[in-house]
Design a protein around this ligand. Structure first.
Ligand SMILES: Nc1nc2c(c(=O)[nH]1)N[C@H]1C(S)=C(S)[C@@H](COP(=O)(O)O)O[C@H]1N2
Ligand SMILES: [Mo]
Length: 380
């Protein structure tokens, strides 16, 4: 039997309306107002597909409000035939739908220690959506890409200033050609069966399955093929692994694929439950491999991350290449007390989650084990 929960829901603290946005963000927790960053409370991530109004928003600059009639996509750079495409041009291509899990590279930054620079996300800069659009490659290959091209740079219509940078910047991010060629890399115009909302990239955004969210450029208006590694601000500063002592003028490893990770979506952190059996539920994902195992421990970890009693969870699926799997495991908590649950996923490559992820200056790609404190109480 499932226990009853009296844990205060983080949703209760959510702001009803996001400032400067046309659509309300009910159910999201606003992390920063400017730029607008809002995350999903974990209990709201308890479904395979995340409803659009509950899907986190991460924007670096104010939302550009674009008009579908005047929107154009330029394809240029290392191509023989530069293109300028309208929305109607895109609609002539074959439609493709991909369900993919998106996680911000800064997700879970609030639990990085020592504290790292950046938006202090808890664990909810994360969600899974059904994206429809056209394969990126079907569109850009018409420009006759030259063999010299090694990366595609996606540029958004949003722009503004970043600390330490003298000039205005547009949001831009690159992917290697192999990622641009993948048929599931999309120019998407629908999210969960509806046109994109303004804050999620209307009218067209890129979707790069298997990568952290920074590659899925919203409000895309230009794609440039280049014959070198892109050195734009967002590629080389926030979305890169910087370690202690690194020379700021030397390029570091870029943040790309999602590391193996899992979260407990039920019970909520800090919930009070009655003694007995609870069914712990959650999600697990990994960028370039399937999830092979999820385990849940009751009890504090030792330094290795072991400790406690580990129980294998049942993987509920669905099994698709780019989306998280749901899992659940019954846990018996007969005795009143204060407890902590932890979960740990392992993928088919054998990658697993650490107790504490290796520290980096931006606190990116933190895939340390999620822990949920829980109170078992007779009067719950
Ligand atoms: N044009 C543009 N695209 C962008 C961003 C942005 O600020 N501007 N943020 C990126 C980051 S860091 C993430 S995590 C995802 C978030 O997408 P969402 O707001 O639809 O959840 O968009 C990416 N694409
Ligand atoms: Mo992000």
């Amino acid at each position: 039997m499932t226990g009853t929960f009296t844990g205060r829901s983080p949703a209760a603290e959510a702001s009803p309306e996001a400032p400067g946005l046309s659509e309300p963000s009910k159910g999201l927790t606003v992390v920063t107002k400017e730029p607008y960053c809002a995350e999903t409370p974990l209990p709201e991530l308890d479904t395979w597909v995340t409803p659009t109004e509950r899907f986190f928003v991460r924007s670096h600059f104010p939302v550009p409000h674009l008009d579908v009639e005047s929107w154009r996509l330029i394809v240029d750079g290392e191509v023989d035939h530069p293109l300028e495409l309208s929305f109607a041009d895109l609609m002539r291509e074959r439609t493709r739908t991909v369900v993919t899990t998106m996680e911000c590279a800064g997700n879970s930054r609030s639990s990085v220690y020592p504290p790292a620079q950046g938006v202090r996300w808890h664990h909810g800069a994360l969600g899974t959506a059904r994206w429809s659009g056209v394969s990126l490659w079907d569109v850009i290959s018409k420009a006759e890409i030259r063999p010299a091209a090694i990366e595609a740079v996606f540029e958004g219509a949003d722009h503004g200033r970043e600390p330490g940078v003298p000039e205005e910047l547009s949001y831009a991010m690159s992917v290697p050609i192999v990622k641009a060629e993948h048929p599931d890399t999309l120019l998407a115009f629908e999210m969960n069966g509806e046109p994109l909302t303004a804050s999620h990239g209307f009218p067209v955004r890129v979707i790069v399955p298997g990568w952290y969210g920074m590659g899925s450029v919203k409000w895309v208006t230009r794609i440039s093929l280049i014959d070198h590694s892109f050195r734009g601000f967002f590629r080389t500063k926030p979305y890169t692994f910087i370690h202690e002592g690194d020379d700021p003028d030397v390029l570091r490893k870029p943040v790309t694929s999602l590391q193996v990770k899992s979260v407990i979506t039920w019970p909520p952190e800090g919930a009070t439950v009655a003694p007995g059996r609870i069914v712990v539920r959650g999600a697990a994902w990994s960028g370039e491999a399937a999830i092979s195992r999820v385990e849940v421990a009751v009890g504090l970890p030792d330094d290795s991350g072991e400790g406690g009693t580990w129980r294998p969870a049942t993987l509920l699926g669905p099994e698709t290449p780019h989306a998280w799997v749901r899992w659940e495991v019954p846990i018996d908590l007969e005795r009143p007390g204060y407890f902590v649950l932890r979960c740990r996923a392992t993928d088919e490559r054998g990658d697993t989650q650490p107790l504490r992820a290796e520290w980096n200056f931006r606190g990116v790609a933190n895939n340390s084990m999620h822990a949920v404190p829980l109170i078992v109480r007779r009067s719950a």
